[in-house]
Design a protein around this ligand. Sequence first.
Ligand SMILES: [Zn+2]
Length: 95
Amino acid sequence: MKQELAERQTSLLARRDDVVYWIVPSGAKVRHGITDKPGRWPAGTEVSALCGQGVKIPLPTPLPAVPKSTSITAQCDGCLEEYRLRGSPSTVWDF
Ligand SMILES: [Zn+2]
């Protein structure tokens, strides 16, 4: 049930352009916020996070494995600051 709700929310968010996705980039220990939709770029592509740092899209986790990043909840301070200023909706995303 909870999963279903999360999926519905994700599909609603997918229609908006201002959504902040909290991702754990390649090699990162914290979540950075990006506005590029997950799936837009292949793994390894560098995108700009809200904090201005260039971060790399991580490799997708093959099913049925759970992405290692799932347990990471710490957020980048710079991204968090910018996110609060924007007031955009956000969602946590693991690849
Ligand atoms: Zn950041």
